[in-house]
Ligand binder design. Structure first.
Ligand code: BDR
Ligand code: CA
Length: 309
């Protein structure tokens, strides 16, 4: 089993990613850490606890950063994509328990030190918690096995602005800090996650279960697909962004990666938070991450749907 920390801003696709991780015996979830992003950190923590309750999971949930390192948040939450509650307005319960004591960056440090060379951190929201962890204990960059980041886009356009992806845009300085830190990174960006679409028809698989969990999955994902159909007319589904990052932890052969040097634009007037990859034949700097450029979307989708049932 691969020990992981899943860092989320729960969000609909985060909720699907948490479910996928919980249902995957290849992964040992040491903890789920939360951050602001799709919703506030308090809401992300509540949503995470509720999703885990649905699976009768007692995995620790540790709350983290409530704001970016330096910037003011433009919006409290992304209601158009994720609903008022962050779960497509499908939230029908309160959590059965509270978050564990502690602070997400400290939890990351503690786990990296306890399991040297073993822990994979999967970030599917703003990268603030991990940046704070590295600032406080820079040695963890040598102790963490890998960081799988859902964020950015190197050959494709953005989603939150014409060129920026939402998780990088949420805290560009945090992302750049982590990218420069020397920690091993696999970037799962829009280049691949916009190819792993969950088609609308698949919701019926969950509805057919006629369970509370099946309806919860279907209702929240239907909200997400409706938002997608307005943003990307004709696409017929929603991007499984965060689940793909978990998928890469379960089975790296879902994707093909290319080593690249990637930086975050921190000053662009029209390009703030763009992930700029040096794609020249002779890049100026050595690679700082492996970027996923191809995905076996059919095999991934089949695997995801075989687990998230
Ligand atoms: C990312 O942004 C959020 O809305 C999703 O949860 C995902 O992590 C996709 O750009
Ligand atoms: Ca997310």
């Amino acid at each position: 089993m691969k020990p992981i920390i899943l860092d989320v801003d729960t969000g609909i696709d985060d909720a699907l990613a948490i479910s996928y991780a919980v249902r995957s015996p290849e992964l040992q979830i040491l903890g789920v850490t939360t951050c602001f992003g799709n919703v506030t950190v308090a809401e992300a923590t509540r949503n995470t606890l509720v999703v885990l309750d649905y699976h009768d999971s007692d995995v620790p949930v540790i709350a983290g950063a409530d704001k970016p390192l330096f910037r003011h948040r433009e919006k409290e939450k992304e209601t158009f994509i994720h609903g008022e509650d962050g779960l497509g307005n499908a939230l029908a319960r309160e959590p059965k328990r509270e978050a564990a004591a502690g602070y997400a960056p400290h939890f990351m440090i503690e786990q990296a030190r306890k399991n040297p060379g073993k822990v994979t951190i999967i970030t599917v929201g703003a990268m603030t918690n991990l940046a704070l962890a590295i600032m406080q204990d820079p040695e963890i960059v040598h102790l963490v096995e890998n960081v799988i980041v859902m964020g950015g886009a190197v050959k494709r356009w953005g989603n939150v602005t014409p060129v920026a992806e939402a998780n990088i845009y949420a805290d560009p300085e945090a992302a750049e800090y982590v990218f420069r830190s020397g920690i091993p990174i696999t970037l799962v960006g829009l280049d691949v996650t916009m190819q792993t679409l969950l088609p609308y028809e698949k919701l019926q698989l969950w509805r057919n279960k006629d369970t509370e969990l099946g309806h919860f999955f279907a209702d929240m994902t239907e909200y997400y697909i409706k938002a997608y159909s307005q943003l990307y007319p004709g696409v017929g589904g929603c991007g499984l962004h965060d689940p793909l990052a978990v998928g890469v932890a379960i089975d790296p052969s879902f994707v093909k990666t290319v080593p690249m040097h990637v930086q975050v634009d921190l000053h662009g007037i029209h390009s703030l938070a763009r992930t700029v990859a040096d794609l020249r034949d002779k890049p100026a700097n050595p690679p700082n991450m492996d970027v996923c450029m191809e995905v076996d979307a059919d095999r991934f989708l089949e695997h995801f749907l075989s687990r998230v049932v």
